[in-house]
Design a protein around this ligand. Structure first.
Ligand code: B12
Length: 245
C-alpha cells in the first residue's frame, strides 16, 4: 500500500479540506466569489464557499471546502518525540532519589509579553492537569513558578543566582513570530551568562514541537496536551544522564 496520503472527506483520496479566513471586504455575493477565486488560486479544485458572512464593518469571514491535488509521503517523515516511557509520579521520585541523589531545581515562566499562564501552571502547579499532578507535588523537584511576562534577562538572572537545573519557558502567543524571537533570546542570554550548558532548556506551548525546539538549540519541546509527568520523566532521565556523564 502506498505511503502517500491525502486528506479525505467523502471518499478516500478525494483531497477534501476545510479552510477558514477573513477578507478585509464588506460581505456581498461578490465577496463570496472573491473567496472562491482566492482558494482556486491557491491550487485547490472543487472550491465551494460553505459560509460567508459579515463579521465587522468592512470585514467578512469565510468557510470554504476544496480539494487539494497534493499528497504527502508519511514514510519519509520523522519527528523525534520527547515523551519517553510513561512513569508515575512515585516512580519518577524514586528514580531521581536513586539516580540523581538530590532534588532537581526547576524554574518556569511565560516569557516576553506573553500572559498565558494556564499552560505553564498546568505543568507546575500542585494540582496539575487532566488528573496528572504538577511538578510542585513531586518530592524530588523544587519548583519556582515565576509567572507571566517575565523578561528573558530576569529569567536568566534567576537561573544563574538560584542554580536552576531545568528551565521551562512557555510561549502561547505566536503572533509575528514573537515566540521564536523570545525563545531565541532566552537561549542566547543563557549562553552569554555562561549557564547554558549547566541547564536543561525546555520550550513549551501549543505551537511548540520537539523538532522546532531542537532547531532553536533547546534540549526539548513540548506541545499541546502535554502532561506534567511527561516533563518530569524527561527532566529526571536527562538529569540522571548528566550525573553519569
Ligand atoms: C485563556 C486565554 C487568554 C487569557 C489568558 C489567561 C491566563 N492567565 O493564561 C487572556 C484573556 C488574558 C488572554 C489574552 C490574550 N490572548 Co489569549 N487565549 C486564551 C485561550 C482561550 C486559552 C489558552 C489556554 O489557557 N489553554 C489551555 C492550556 C492548558 O493549554 P496550553 O496553553 O496549550 O498549554 C499546554 C501545552 O501547550 C503545554 N505547555 C504550555 N506551555 C508550556 C511550557 C513548557 C515548558 C512545557 C513543558 C509545556 C507547556 O502544556 C500545557 C498542558 O498540556 C486561547 C485560545 C485557545 N482555545 O487555546 C487564546 C489565545 C492563545 N489568545 C490569543 C491572543 C491573540 C490573545 C491576546 C493577544 C488578545 C488581545 N488582542 O488582547 C491577549 C494576549 C495577552 C498577553 N499579553 O499574552 C490567541 C493567540 C494567537 C497566536 N497564536 O498568537 C489565541 C490562540 C486565541 C485566538 N485564536 O486568537 N488569552
Amino acid at each position: 500500500m502506498s505511503s502517500f496520503v491525502k486528506p479525505y472527506g467523502d471518499t478516500r483520496d478525494d483531497g477534501k479540506v476545510q479552510l477558514s479566513f477573513t477578507l478585509p471586504v464588506e460581505w456581498s455575493e461578490s465577496a463570496d466569489e472573491a473567496a472562491r477565486q482566492l482558494v482556486a488560486k491557491m491550487g485547490f479544485g472543487d472550491v465551494a464557499v460553505a459560509e460567508g458572512r459579515r463579521i465587522a464593518t468592512g470585514f467578512s469571514f469565510f468557510v470554504v471546502y476544496a480539494s487539494t491535488p497534493v499528497a504527502v509521503d508519511v514514510d519519509g517523515i520523522a519527528a523525534p518525540q520527547t515523551k519517553t516511557h510513561a512513569m508515575s509520579m512515585d516512580e519518577i521520585d524514586a528514580f531521581v532519589r536513586e539516580n540523581v541523589g538530590r532534588k532537581i531545581r526547576v524554574a518556569g515562566a511565560c516569557i516576553g509579553t506573553d500572559a498565558h499562564t494556564v499552560g505553564i501552571d498546568a505543568i507546575l502547579n500542585m494540582k496539575g492537569y487532566k488528573g496528572d499532578y504538577g511538578l510542585e507535588r513531586y518530592k524530588e523537584f523544587e519548583t519556582f513558578n515565576l509567572g507571566s511576562q517575565v523578561s528573558v534577562e530576569d529569567l536568566a538572572r534567576f537561573v544563574r543566582d538560584e542554580r536552576i537545573d531545568a528551565v521551562l519557558a512557555s510561549q502561547v502567543v505566536t503572533q509575528k513570530g514573537s515566540d521564536i524571537t523570545n525563545f531565541t533570546a532566552l537561549a542566547e542570554i543563557l549562553e552569554a551568562e555562561g549557564v547554558r550548558e549547566n541547564v536543561l532548556l525546555i520550550a513549551g506551548g501549543p505551537r511548540v514541537t520537539n523538532l522546532l525546539a531542537a532547531e532553536l538549540g533547546y534540549d526539548a519541546g513540548f506541545g499541546r496536551g502535554t502532561l506534567p509527568s511527561d516533563v518530569a520523566a524527561f527532566v529526571a532521565q536527562r538529569m540522571a544522564d548528566r550525573v553519569l556523564a
